[in-house]
Design a protein around this ligand. Sequence first.
Ligand SMILES: Cc1cc2nc3c(=O)[nH]c(=O)nc-3n(C[C@H](O)[C@H](O)[C@H](O)COP(=O)(O)O)c2cc1C
Ligand code: SF4
Length: 465
Amino acid sequence: MAGPASEAVDLIPETAIVSLDAYRAAGGGAGLAEAHRLGPAAIIDVIARSGLRGRGGGGFPTGRKWSGIAAQTGLRRYLVVNGAEGEPGTFKDRALLRANPYQVVEGMIIAAAAVGAEAVFVGVKGSFQREIEALTRAIQEMQEAGLCHDCTVTVVGGPDEYLFGEEKAMLEVIEGKPPLPRWFPPYEHGLFASSPQEGWEAGPHGSGRRTDEPNPTLVNNIETLANVPHILARGPEWFRSRGTEASPGTVIATVVGDVVAPDVGEVEMGTPLRAVIDAVGSGMAPGRTVKAVFSGVANPVVTAADLDVSVSYEGFESVGSGMGSAGFIVYDDTACMVDAAYRFSRFLSIESCGQCPPCKIGSGEITKLLDKVRSGEGTDHDLAAMGGWLARVTDGNRCFLAVEEQRVVSSVLRAFPEEFAAHVEHQGCPLPGDRPMPKLVDLAGGQASYDENYWRKRPDWTYED
Ligand SMILES: Cc1cc2nc3c(=O)[nH]c(=O)nc-3n(C[C@H](O)[C@H](O)[C@H](O)COP(=O)(O)O)c2cc1C
Ligand code: SF4
């Protein structure tokens, strides 16, 4: 086991690592060597003891996920690496791929070896050209150097839709279909499973039999896997020397919105949110204060009263929210929360795929009602109708998107009732302003650029002219 326990590692080095030689010179490859020495069961044990949790949003314990896949029966297993990064306000996977794609590939090879995956598929949005190039170069170099052994790694460019990042939809895309979540989770119904289809299209296997070859598939986020080589090289105690008991290590936080300089940065888990906003986003403009923070579009709003919450899974849970993928969208005291709820709801209703009618119809109706209220035409009856749709939007849901709609919009209604009342009573917005949905296209040097075409996207995923 290499490296002293106190040694820090920058997941995002200041100077990007652009060759395998440079990666090796910086100590790269030591995790893989240790993994080969240990073998699959011991690798999983090290990851489990490290306490690493998935950085894709859910925070599921990685070691437990890996041992679950390893314990599944089936001829074939696969590893799918989730680099879709569709969560608004999040840029960490792209930052990691730009800065050091080699550690991500090393993490993939270790994960594949641990669960006995015969092939790795990396799902990255086709529009992330720069990241795809960096990743492809790293894979080629590592394959040529013999580091991938007999494991093939294929990069699959996917669509821009938010659902591409949902794991059951990503499997569909890798199989050449649209990003429509299937029913069963990847560990139960994996890639290329020979079973009745559980996706959208009517398949050739209409016999109703259960899966012959379930092909259990491990899905992990890019950042989760970026941590893996360092844990193998330095040991679980090293990883646990930072962060909290329940959320060890560091996290790559993105801070955007009403801050001085939006950016991405690595912070120790357990750091107060207020300090993360200051350290990564350079804080608020003079005279402005934080009104609300959203951790992407999947979790309830965090208000100014909870700004000292620890950036950790348990910290955000303790204030009734979730850390998500640590992409923080900050609103200052001049922001309209009805408008924010409208924009989040519009995003989710457009991105809903419509396989579950209560999700597509409900999120669409909630969005229309929020639009009515924000433009000063709403009534108390509209607010009550919204409550009804929010209660039903998750009925029969295949995936978590419907729950996101319910959690985010309900939380804003609960946290800022006076703002909704003011819109209805005064028939207009007391805090007009224009804040775009932070669907990040680029984030560098304190400048964020958002998808300017997004306002043209329609609920059927086509674009207005
Ligand atoms: C609507 C939706 C979108 C998602 N988008 C992403 C994404 O862009 N990237 C990601 O890693 N996980 C995303 N997830 C979570 C994945 O489904 C999955 O939990 C994750 O990739 C597992 O990896 P982890 O255990 O390493 O966190 C999304 C989930 C939902 C419900
Ligand atoms: S819950 Fe919504 S987004 Fe998810 S599969 Fe159903 S309709 Fe599609």
